[in-house]
Write a protein that binds this ligand. Sequence first.
Ligand code: AMP
Length: 210
Amino acid sequence: MNIILLGAPGAGKGTQASKISDAYKLPHISTGDIFRENIKNQTPIGVLAKSFIDKGQLVPDEVTCKIVEDRIEREDCKNGYMLDGFPRTIAQAEALDKIAKIDLVINIDVDHSLLLDRLCGRRVCKNCGESYHISRLGDKTDCARCGGELYQRKDDNPETVQSRLDVYNAQTSPLIDYYAKKGILFNVVGNTTPEDVFEEVSKKLDAMNK
Ligand code: AMP
């Protein structure tokens, strides 16, 4: 099964992706993670991506689409995969249509008033990418999943977060309609806990797998 996780920054895509990936054994492909890895390794793609990511803007479609195309051709994607943070524009969705058949688009819908706090209070594992919110961390400084060190993403500051939300509203939210029209959209309310959201998502995936 090929799945897309859609939702505003801070909706909980990464958190759900990690749960779905563990439970359904699907490779988790996050374009944001791929860019951050490239930035860490100072590759040419990383240098280019950083100039956009630091401003809360999207990396150009041609670069992003090529990365995804190469990634989904790999052996581990033969039996399905889950895209997190891609597509983010109609042009990316159209490019994806040419190379893949998507079975389900899970749209995590969260009140926009919650997103700023979620993103600014987010801490991420340096090792496995798992996300946490400071309100649920207590005095823990390492990842419950793998023990890795937690850090705050450079683009999780109020100013950059606001640009990311503006970009989402202008360029990514039209994808909800795009996939609804194709009849493959599944909406889930994301204002609740990660566990509640995952329960809803699992019901849908289990029904589809029967
Ligand atoms: P994320 O980790 O999904 O929040 O992505 C972090 C940043 O990487 C975004 O704010 C964009 O600058 C960039 N990025 C990730 N995915 C895409 C995409 N599909 N298209 C363009 N830029 C992206």
